[in-house]
Write a protein that binds this ligand. Structure first.
Ligand code: CUA
Length: 282
């Protein structure tokens, strides 16, 4: 702009004939240039987004229930803690999170990791700790009076220390793993009367073996993937998505089980995946 102001200012002797009205070269350059630049930025971003939202297969799954105003954490081995999350160094960690009341947000600034935690569904966040130490955990969504006090920490330990910590806490007897707690609930709540004691589809309920990650055909002929959210909905609002070929007879468990218990049940259903059918009689 400065160049043109100086070059063409009034009284300046300069060639003003045949002003250029269009330039094919310039148009091609800026259309292709910006297209390639922004497509490139989009592709990098999409790749990164995909990487960020797909936890590695070997990730350790930890369940988190947020509530006003604390973080309740359940490890797969059964150990529970509040406002502190212990994890082993170098191990990819997948957090499966839900809220008991309002929207919270799980935020560990040092890990550049943040994810909203919503009531009524699961959100997933994963990270892989690379340094031992204690890191701040904040709630990053205004959730009421004590939102600013909803602070915890993530403690990254050497794997050996972590194993020690996991076992060391059991002061009185062993803690049942999430899966075992879920198996017990499965019996207690009477799930086994329709789904069988090993989820093998005894009477009127569908076979639950290998359910997690499976493509499920519904009565309305939609096909959906059985992820954590699907399992959760199927327990709380069973009549919403009826599996093709089965009657709509399952009662709802809304209000009868807590979010922690739901996590245990889901951990059990996931484990049914590994169980081989030839397990036979018990
Ligand atoms: Cu929980 Cu803010």
């Amino acid at each position: 702009m400065l160049y043109f102001i100086l070059k063409y200012r009034k009284g300046r002797k300069t060639n003003r004939k045949n002003p250029l009205t269009d330039s094919r070269k310039l148009e091609v350059f800026w259309i292709l240039g910006s297209l390639i630049t922004f497509l490139g930025i989009f592709l990098c971003g999409a790749g990164l987004y995909n990487w960020q939202t797909q936890p590695p297969k070997n990730a350790m799954e930890i369940y988190i229930v947020a509530k006003q105003w604390m973080w309740k954490i359940q490890h797969p081995e059964g150990r529970r803690e509040i406002d502190e999350l212990h994890v082993p160094l170098g191990q990819p960690i997948k957090l499966v999170m839900t809220s008991q009341d309002v929207i919270h947000s799980f935020y560990v600034p040092a890990f550049r990791a943040k994810m909203d935690v919503l009531p009524g569904r699961y959100s997933v966040l994963w990270f892989q700790p690379t340094q031992t130490g204690r890191y701040y955990l904040f709630c990053a969504e205004y959730c009421g009076t004590n939102h600013s006090a909803m602070i915890g920490s993530v403690i990254v330990m050497q794997p050996a220390d972590y194993a020690h910590w996991l076992s060391g806490a059991a002061s009185g007897g062993a803690i049942p793993s999430l899966e075992d707690a879920g198996r017990k609930l499965f019996a207690q709540l009477g799930c086994i009367s329709c789904h069988g004691d090993r989820g093998q589809g005894a009477a009127q309920g569908p076979d639950l073996r290998g359910i997690f990650g499976k493509q499920i055909r519904l009565q309305n002929s939609h096909v959906i993937t059985a992820d954590e959210d699907y399992l959760r909905r199927s327990i709380l609002q069973p009549s919403a998505e009826i599996v093709a070929g089965y009657p709509n007879v399952m009662p709802t468990f809304q209000g009868q089980i807590s979010d922690e218990e739901l996590a245990q049940l889901i951990a059990y259903l996931k484990a049914l995946r590994q169980e081989t059918p030839q397990g036979g009689s018990r």
